[in-house]
Each structure stands twice: as C-alpha cells, then as structure tokens.
Ligand binder design. Sequence first.
Ligand code: PLP
Length: 385
Amino acid sequence: MTSIDSQRRKSILRELERFQQHDLCFSSGHILGSMCTVPHPIAREAYVRFLETNLGDPELCPGTKQIESLFLRFIAQLLHAPKSAGGQIVSGGTEGNITAMWLAKVLSRKKEILIPKSAHFSFQKISSLMDTKLIEIPLTDKYVVDISQLKKKINVRTVAIVGLAGSTELGTIDPLPEISDICGDEHIFFHVDAAFGGFVIPFLKAMEYPLPDFDFRLHGVSSISIDAHKMGCAVIPLGTLMIREKQWLESISVDSPYISTEKQAGLLGTRSGAPVAAAYAVTKYLGMSGYRNVVRSCMEVTHYAVRRISDIGLELILPPTMNVLGVKLKKPGEVVQKLSRQGWRVNKVERLSCIRLVFMPQITKKIIDEFIPVLQKTCKEVGEI
Ligand code: PLP
C-alpha cells in the first residue's frame, strides 16, 4: 500500500468514525427498548470471515450452504419440527411473516388474515403487498387473543390465523394450543410469530416455567418465524421461517436461470452467508445450556427490575411472561422524550399507555440500578409519581 493509499484509508475510516460516534450501541447498556442485542463475540468473528459469500447462488459456496443446513437443523430441533419440515433463512421477523403469509395465500388462494390486535406492524405491510385483508381480533384482559372472538371471524375467506409467541409490546403468548386445535379442525394455515419468543420460550420451559407448547408439537402449527438476531445473540440480519412441509416452498419458488440452482424460493436473491455463519457459530458455542443461561440471567434482571419499578411507585401492565415489561404511564411519550435526552432509550406504546422495557442479555442489575433513579426523577417531573 502506498502512503497515499494509507492516508486515504485512514481519512475514510476517520470519517466513518465521526458518523459512528452519533450512534447508540447496545453495549452501552442504555438501550432498554430494543429486541436486538450485542452480537456474541464468536458471531463477530464468524461474520467477517464470510463476507464474500452469496447464498443466493449456493453452488459458489457449498461450504456455507452446508453451514446453513446445519443451522436450519438446529432450529428444526429447537422447534420440534417433523422430518418433513423445511426452513428458509430470512432477514428477520418481518420477512419471516411476509414469507409465511405469501405461502399461505398461494396455497389457499384466499384473502383474509386473522391477526391478534397485538400483532407486529409487519402485517400491515403484508396486507398492502399481497392484497389481503387483515382482521384484527381483540385481546382479553390478559392481552392475549380472545379465542371466542377469533372463532367468530373464521370464514371461507380465511387465509391464515396468526398467533404470537412473545408479543412485541409485552412479550405475551397467545393461547396457541387452542388456536392450533381450531386450525387443525378447520384446515386453516396457522403461523406462529415467535420472532422474539422463539429463543426464549424453549429455555423458560426447560427451567419449568409453566408455559404452553408453542411449536410443531402442536399439530395445527403450519409455520414458525424465529429470529436469531434477537434473543439468539447473532448478528443482524438473521431470522428463520420454519414450515411443516418442505414441499410447500415449491409454491413460492421461481425458475432461476443463470444461477447455479434451477429454482429459488423466498423473497431475496443475493443474500450474504455471513449472518448465517455467525448465527451457526453462536449455536455451536452456546448450545442449549448456554442459551438457557442467557435466558435465566435475562429473567433474573427482569424480576429485579419489576421490584425496583414497584419500589418507585410505578405499576406494570402485566407481570412479565418473558424479559419484556410494560410500565403504565399517563404520558408515555413525554417520559420517553425526557429519558432520551438523558441518554436512555425506551419505547412508548401509546395504545397501552405504557413504556416498554426489554431486558436483553447486555442489561445487568447494575444498569437497572443506574436507570431506576433516572426513571424516578423523570416520572416525578412529568407528574407520574
Ligand atoms: N414479529 C415480532 C413478534 C417482533 O417483535 C418483531 C420485531 O420486534 C418482528 C416480528 C419484526 O422483526 P424484524 O424487525 O426483525 O423484521
């Protein structure tokens, strides 16, 4: 490298750093309102080694393709998928939901999707993209879908029913066994959005938390979306859509002339193998017991935060199902703005008049001890307490 090249390189990197200084990073511990996290160190290492790969043209990278298969096998086992199941790597929960509904629509040729009122906003995109109508089903006082209301809305136009295994706003789990029975009886496609909960619920169940089944052990479940870039501690972007019958993917496949495979399924063409290698590396490194420890520690921090929040006179919307809390406030928007000015990021949920806190693996009790006095002072200023 000439000295001019080296100077140019340094100056570009300095420029990038100047921009980067404006970013908040998860490792600061000040982001309490995101479902993403600091990637595991092994994920970082793996990621940079696979920057040149393109899984959209898998014959060019058969080694990375094998890693993808192994990662999908891990997810299939985690979700108790049958032998007939197939997996599709996606960029995250949004693409997972889009792909699932695309599949359901092509298989059924119908138009109405039944979603809980708490469903992620990606379903709004789906409705616009796919000329389908969303029917929102009201929730019970426990913030899960109301089964009696759901039953009333099923009709000959129903494409699919969606259930949540870890809602975005509160981490709640819909009555999935009941929905599974309904979908089995009515032959309706049942998609479980476990974008967040997929890497939490199996480990909570292993720790004897009394949670219902949410995966393919429920016979009515057709597909599950699960994100490794959330509680899987991998690098963004990495989600998986697992479907009960691999052959269903043919219905969303197209001929792919001029690349190495004859057919390509899914939304994307060119896609990097780097996040897949990173996610696989984390599964190998942590294994089931490692993930269980991550979830255990997130829950310890969550329960600690519950106590500290109650000590300052604030109330929760619900006791936590997983590492997500909604804290009731009269003016959540104002509190969020003031916290943000003090360097803390949380989300407002106007619909529920609360702020949402997510206790991801980087959040420790020490961070909660720093945050609570700031929350208390801010809530006093706004007249919440
Ligand atoms: N589904 C659920 C339940 C989510 O919580 C989220 C995001 O938080 C999504 C889907 C969308 O995921 P992504 O932002 O990775 O596309």
